[in-house]
Design a protein around this ligand. Structure first.
Ligand code: ADP
Ligand code: MG
Length: 676
C-alpha cells in the first residue's frame, strides 16, 4: 500500500464511508495519515468523588446508587443516575438517550469520564463516557486516545480503525529531512513521528512525534515564504500611485484625528506605492487600533489615480461592514468613486453584474470575500490588493489575490499579536508596519473574571446598560458533541436570556449554521441598534465594529485561548462609552483563574500572548488550542516558538546549501499548503 492508494482499499471502507471521508478532505491513504488528531483523550486514574473539580474532564469510579431516572418530555428526555463512592455522590445526566435506562438497569460498579459542571443541587457530569462494566476502563487507562475532527455520520472509532490499518499496511515513507538536520535538532524519524502522532504510547512519544512534524511544517512554510521574497524583491512598480490632495483633505475632515501611529503607517504606505518597487507590506495593530481607515486611504488613493483597489475580508459579515462604511465615507465627503461588493452569497445575476463592472473598470474599489479570487473575476487594472485579518487566509490565497493584477501592491493587515522576531519569520516576504497605539478617546475596557454564580448579576448589569442605550454581546457556552448541539445551545440560551430581559429588549442570536443572508440581516439590525443583545458563537470574533456595544460577556471563558479571548473582547471598547468585559469561568481551578487574570490585568495583545506562553506547560498541548488564529495544521506559533526559530535557522542552512542537502529534499505527495 502506498500513499496514493485510495482509502477504499482499506477494509471496512465502503462507498458511503468513503464519501464521508471525502467531506473532511481525505481520499487517499496519504491524506488519511496526515489527518492528524484534533486532540487526545487522556485516560487518567479515577479521582475520589469528593475531589472532582468543576470545569475539568475527570473520571470517577463508583456504584450506581438508586434507580435510573428518565424525565423530561418527548423531545428532550433526560436520563439521570447517581454514582457513589466512599467519599461522596455525583449525578450524571444524558440528554436524548432514554435507552440508557435499560443499559444501566443492572446497577453495580461503573466508571464515568466526562466534564464536571455545576447544576442545581451540586456538581454533575453531563454526557460522560460510560465504562460499564467498570473493567472496560482498564484497557484504556493511561493511554492517549486520538480525537479526530468528524463530520455527521463519521465516528471517531471509524477514523481510528482506518488509521490503524493504514499505518500497519503502508510502505515506509522516505524520510524527507536530511539526516544531518534531523540529528542536529534531535528530531524523530518521519515514519516514527506519523505513528506517534496518531497513537502515542505515552506523552513522551507524543511530544517527540509532534515536534518533528511541527518542525517540518514550519520549515516548508518558511522555505515557501523565502521563495516569495526573492521574487518580490525584483518587482518593479507598475502602478505609481501619486499622493492626491483629496486624500489629505479627507484625513483633515475625518471625525477624529488619526493617531500618530496611523499617520506614520499611512506615510509608509503612500511612500511605498509611489516608489520604484511594488509594495508588499504587513500592517500589524492590536484590535481597535484603527487599521481599516489606513487601508481605506490606500484604496481611495489608488482609485483616484485611475486604478482599481480590492480588499478581501475573511467573512461576509465583515466584507459587508467594510463596504457599507467605505460607501458612507465617500458619500459624506463627496468623493465620486464606484465601490463594488462581491461575496459568495450574492445571486448569480448580482455576481454577473459585479463581474462586468469590475472587468470594464467602472468599479474602482472592490470589497469582498474569497469570491474576489475566483477564476471568473477579471480586473481591469488592479493596482492594490488588501487582505484584512490576514491570519485567516492562506499564503496561497494571498498570492492568488496578487496574481489577479499585473504586479499589484500588496497590503496585508493582521491583529495577531506576535512578537516582532516571530513576525519577521512568518511574514518574511513582507515589510512590517506596526500601529502601536490606540485612539486617544478610548476608555480602557473594565474587565472581570467571575464564576457562574455571578450570572444573574451580569444579566442585571446588561439590562442596565441597555437601559442607557448601549448594546451587549454574549458568547454562548461551548458544547463539544456536535455543531448541531451547538446551534440548539445558542437558540436555547437566547430564548432563556430573552425571558430574563423581558419584552422591551430584543435578544437575537448568530451562529455558524445560519444562511448568509440571515447573518447579514442580524448584523445589520444589530448595527442599527434594533437588536440590543446578541447571543453568538465565536463567529462574531473577527473584525466586527459596532461602537455602541459596551458589554461582552463570555461564557466558558476557561475553554478559550487568551489570544482569542482578547479578540472577542476587542468587539467592545470601540467607541466613546465605557465598556466592560465579563469572563464567566466554569472552572474554579487555580491555573484557570491565573490564566484569565492575565486578561483582567492587561488590554495589550502582545503582552497577553507572551504572558500566556509563559504560563503554559507542554501539557496544555492536549487542551485548548492557543491562538486559533494562525492555523498551521499542527504547529502553533506561540507554543512552538522555539521550533519555529529552529526551523528558521534550518531554512538558512538549507538555502545556503553548502552541504547540498536541499536538492535531495523530497516532498510528501499531497502535502497540503499551510494556512496562516
Ligand atoms: P481594527 O484595527 O481592529 O480593524 P478598526 O479599524 O475597525 O479597528 O477601528 C475601530 C474603530 O475605531 C472604528 O469605529 C473606527 O472608526 C475608529 N477609529 C479609527 N481610527 C480612529 C482614531 N484615530 N480616533 C478615533 N477613532 C478611530
Ligand atoms: Mg479590523
Amino acid at each position: 500500500m502506498i500513499e496514493n492508494t485510495s482509502i477504499k482499499e482499506l477494509k471496512g471502507i465502503g462507498e458511503k464511508t468513503q464519501k464521508l471521508f471525502e467531506k473532511v478532505g481525505v481520499s487517499t491513504v496519504g491524506d488519511l495519515i496526515r489527518y492528524y488528531p484534533r486532540g487526545y483523550d487522556v485516560y487518567e486514574d479515577p479521582v475520589p468523588i469528593s475531589e472532582v473539580e468543576e470545569g475539568k474532564v475527570q473520571t470517577v469510579a463508583g456504584a450506581i446508587f438508586g434507580r435510573v431516572q428518565v424525565s423530561g418530555n418527548r423531545n428532550m428526555q433526560v436520563t439521570t443516575i447517581h454514582v457513589k463512592d466512599l467519599t461522596g455522590t455525583i449525578k450524571a445526566v444524558w440528554f436524548r438517550m432514554p435507552f440508557l435506562r435499560n443499559t444501566l438497569a443492572g446497577g453495580g460498579k461503573i466508571i464515568l469520564r466526562g466534564r464536571v459542571t455545576s447544576r442545581k443541587g451540586g456538581l454533575a457530569m453531563e454526557h460522560p463516557e460510560i465504562f460499564y462494566p467498570a473493567g472496560k476502563y482498564e484497557e484504556k487507562i493511561h493511554t492517549l486516545q486520538p480525537v479526530y475532527g468528524l463530520t455527521a455520520g463519521l465516528s471517531n472509532n471509524v477514523v481510528a480503525k482506518a488509521m490503524h490499518q493504514a499505518l500497519s499496511q503502508l510502505d515506509l515513507t522516505r524520510e524527507t529531512l536530511p539526516d544531518e538536520l534531523r540529528l542536529k535538532y534531535g528530531l524523530a524519524e518521519y515514519n516514527y513521528a506519523i505513528r506517534g502522532i496518531h497513537f502515542p504510547e505515552d506523552k513522551e512519544v507524543f511530544y517527540h512525534a509532534r515536534e518533528r512534524l511541527v518542525f517540518e511544517e514550519f520549515l516548508e512554510f518558511i522555505l515557501s515564504i523565502r521563495k516569495m521574497k526573492d521574487k518580490n524583491e525584483r518587482i518593479e512598480n507598475e502602478y505609481i500611485v501619486q499622493r492626491k490632495p483629496e486624500v489629505d483633505e479627507l484625513i483633515g475632515r475625518l471625525p477624529y484625528e488619526l493617531t500618530k501611529a496611523q499617520k506614520k503607517v499611512w506615510d509608509e504606505i503612500a511612500h511605498d506605492m509611489a516608489s520604484d518597487t511594488a509594495m508588499s507590506r504587513l500592517v500589524q495593530g492590536d484590535v481597535g487600533s484603527g487599521k481599516t481607515i489606513v487601508a481605506v486611504l490606500a484604496l481611495i488613493s489608488v482609485a483616484l489615480n485611475g486604478y482599481q483597489g480590492a480588499m478581501m475580508a475573511p467573512t461576509e459579515v465583515l466584507a459587508r461592514q467594510h463596504y457599507d462604511s467605505i460607501t458612507r465615507l465617500l458619500e459624506e465627503y463627496g468623493i465620486k468613486i464606484k465601490v463594488e461588493l462581491l461575496t459568495g452569497s450574492m445571486t448569480a445575476k448580482e455576481k454577473r453584474r459585479a463581474y462586468d463592472r469590475i472587468e470594464c473598470g467602472y468599479a474602482r474599489i472592490i470589497i469582498g470575500t474569497h469570491a474576489l479570487i475566483q477564476d471568473r473575476v477579471y480586473y481591469d487594472c488592479l493596482a492594490l490588493v488588501v487582505t484584512d485579518e490576514q491570519h485567516r487566509f492562506g499564503v496561497k490565497q494571498r498570492e492568488a489575490f496578487a496574481r489577479k493584477g499585473g504586479m499589484p501592491h500588496v497590503l496585508v493587515m493582521s491583529a495577531t499579536p506576535i512578537p516582532r522576531t516571530l513576525a519577521i519569520i512568518l511574514y518574511g516576504d513582507l515589510d512590517i508596519s506596526v500601529i502601536d497605539e490606540l485612539p486617544a478617546n478610548r476608555l480602557p475596557i473594565k474587565n472581570c473574571v467571575v464564576e457562574t454564580g455571578y450570572r444573574k448579576t451580569a444579566y442585571a448589569f446588561m439590562k442596565k446598560q441597555v437601559g442607557e442605550g448601549r448594546q451587549c454581546y454574549v458568547i454562548c457556552p461551548m458544547v463539544e458533541e456536535s455543531e448541531q448541539l451547538e446551534v440548539e445551545n445558542v437558540l436555547d440560551y437566547a430564548a432563556m436570556l430573552q425571558e430574563e430581559m423581558g419584552k422591551g429588549i430584543v435578544v437575537s442570536c448568530l451562529h455558524g449554521r445560519m444562511r448568509q443572508a440571515e447573518k447579514d440581516d442580524i448584523m445589520e439590525r444589530f448595527g442599527r441598534c434594533e437588536i440590543q443583545i446578541l447571543v453568538s458563537t465565536t463567529v462574531i470574533e473577527v473584525g466586527i465594529d459596532v461602537p455602541n456595544a459596551t458589554v461582552m460577556m463570555i461564557e466558558n471563558a476557561e475553554r478559550f485561548g487568551l489570544a482569542q479571548l482578547h479578540q472577542l473582547r476587542g468587539r467592545v471598547g470601540r467607541g466613546k462609552h465605557q465598556s466592560y468585559c465579563i469572563f464567566m469561568s466554569g472552572s474554579k481551578a487555580k491555573e484557570t483563574r491565573e490564566r484569565l487574570n492575565i486578561l483582567n490585568e492587561s488590554n495589550d495583545g502582545f503582552k497577553i500572548a507572551s504572558e500566556d506562553l509563559r504560563l503554559r506547560g507542554p501539557g496544555d498541548l492536549f487542551g485548548i488550542r492557543q491562538s486559533g488564529m494562525m492555523d498551521f495544521k499542527l504547529g502553533d506559533v506561540f507554543q512552538d516558538a522555539k521550533v519555529l526559530q529552529m526551523a528558521n535557522e534550518a531554512a538558512d542552512l538549507l538555502l545556503n546549501d553548502e552541504n547540498g542537502w536541499l536538492k535531495n529534499l523530497p516532498k510528501h505527495e499531497g502535502t497540503s499548503s499551510v494556512i496562516i
